[in-house]
Design a protein. Structure first.
Length: 231
């Protein structure tokens, strides 16, 4: 069994400004036909199998899927499957796209961990779902945290900085700057995912112009993290 994953950037699509160019989300205001073309082009280029997309709502609902669907999975921010040949996608533009694989059991997950999802513990809930549904053990998992906004650029309100400090501890807050990747990394470690099997992208979407950033641009596109098990 072989697990494949990738994180896209903003290049290689057909969307006009301000979505230029590989926007993969319908909800941004981009032309739906162009988004469809971008998704099809991406999947063909990387030989990605039929893909499940989410209607992400910054919550903590995790859904188990076993078949491709022409529609997005409504109102969820995490999807899990054990089906080879079925890809799972998470869209972001500053939030953390977390991809998780249990290669022993053949289980994968795609998780949308933004500010709200992180505060709600969505990464932990994805790990729990994988265990309860498919018998996955965290010590056999690997996780990839894709490009996202890092502490250098993620300034939050005084209230949120205080709440994050109370919820997670002062190590993740520097003044009003919040380190979401570190919170999610340490959450996965505490659950039992080996530290050397947790991979954090060094790319900050607030700094790097090759990625969409909602905080930096306002109206913009979405890139994606995608994971699948080779049939």
């Amino acid at each position: 069994m072989r697990v494949h994953h990738l994180f896209t950037d903003r290049h290689g699509g057909a969307s006009p400004r301000p979505y230029r160019s590989l926007n993969l989300a319908y909800h941004t205001g981009d032309q739906p036909a162009i988004v469809t073309y971008n998704r099809q082009r991406l999947c063909k280029r990387h030989k990605i199998p039929p893909t499940v997309w989410m209607d992400q709502v910054h919550g903590d609902r995790i859904v188990t899927v076993d078949t491709p669907s022409p529609d997005t999975i409504p109102a969820c921010d995490g999807i899990v499957t054990d089906r080879p040949g079925l890809a799972l996608a998470v869209m972001v533009a500053d939030c953390i796209p977390i991809l998780i694989a249990d290669e022993r059991r053949g289980v994968i997950a795609a998780v949308h961990a933004g500010r709200n999802g992180t505060m709600l513990g969505i990464a932990a809930k994805a790990i729990t779902t994988m265990g309860e549904r498919f018998g996955s053990d965290p010590d056999g998992m690997r996780a990839w945290l894709g490009p996202s906004i890092h502490a250098c650029c993620y300034e939050v309100s005084p209230l949120l900085a205080r709440l994050a400090t109370e919820r997670f501890g002062p190590a993740y807050v520097n003044g009003r700057y919040l380190d979401l990747p570190a919170i999610n990394r340490d959450t996965l470690q505490r659950l039992g995912v080996p530290s050397d099997r947790i991979h954090i992208s060094p790319i900050c979407t607030g700094c790097d112009k090759n990625y969409f950033s909602y905080r930096k641009e306002g109206v913009t596109g979405r890139f994606a993290g995608i994971i699948w098990i080779q049939p």
